[in-house]
Write a protein of this length. Structure first.
Length: 175
């Protein structure tokens, strides 16, 4: 069997990929991804997920033999910063697909001149918390309002953070 292949989505290929990945998620996985029960995608929400412009809203998809098995999205929140989110169909979870998607998305973010990625994870989503820790070493995390907020400098995706980088996260210089 061929391994997953990751590539960028565009607004024309996104609807089929979003539908396939959503259908491959259990109710529990949908809850963990969307932070609320999500038995179906409304048209408005589906339109938001598929309205890709190649810069402020981009997505990558993992496929096996042309079948979508995961999506990672980036949505600009302010200059240089973007929120990211990942979903992997249940059958492919814990097999490295999420890490592949995050890696590709971080590289794409760097190409698009983003400097900081951030996102929110429910604390009970232990697999995603582990993925963030493993794929984004040194990511800053804050537990607040029942959610784990994390942020990650994009430059760190292209090399391990230095000792100075990590010290700056722990004790930023006040100017």
């Amino acid at each position: 069997m061929n391994g997953p292949r990751v590539h960028a989505l565009d607004r024309w290929s996104a609807p089929a990929a979003v539908d396939a990945v959503f259908e491959g998620l259990s109710d529990h996985s949908r809850y963990l991804r969307f932070h609320s029960p999500m038995p179906r995608l409304t048209k408005a929400f589906r339109d938001r997920l598929t309205d890709l412009d190649g810069h402020r809203h981009v997505a990558v998809v993992a496929e096996v033999v042309g079948r979508p098995i995961g999506i990672a999205r980036l949505v600009a929140t302010e200059p240089g910063c973007a929120e990211i989110a990942v979903a992997v169909v249940d059958h492919w979870q814990r097999r490295g697909v999420g890490r592949m998607l995050l890696t590709e998305l971080a590289q794409l973010a760097g190409t698009l001149c983003y400097t900081e990625l951030h996102g929110d994870v429910l604390p009970e989503n232990t697999a995603m918390v582990r993925l963030v820790r493993g794929a984004m070493p040194g990511a800053r995390t804050v537990h607040q309002d029942g959610v784990v907020h994390y942020s990650f400098p994009v430059a760190w995706a292209f090399g391990a953070p230095t000792h100075e980088d990590l010290l700056a996260v722990v004790s930023p210089v006040v100017r």
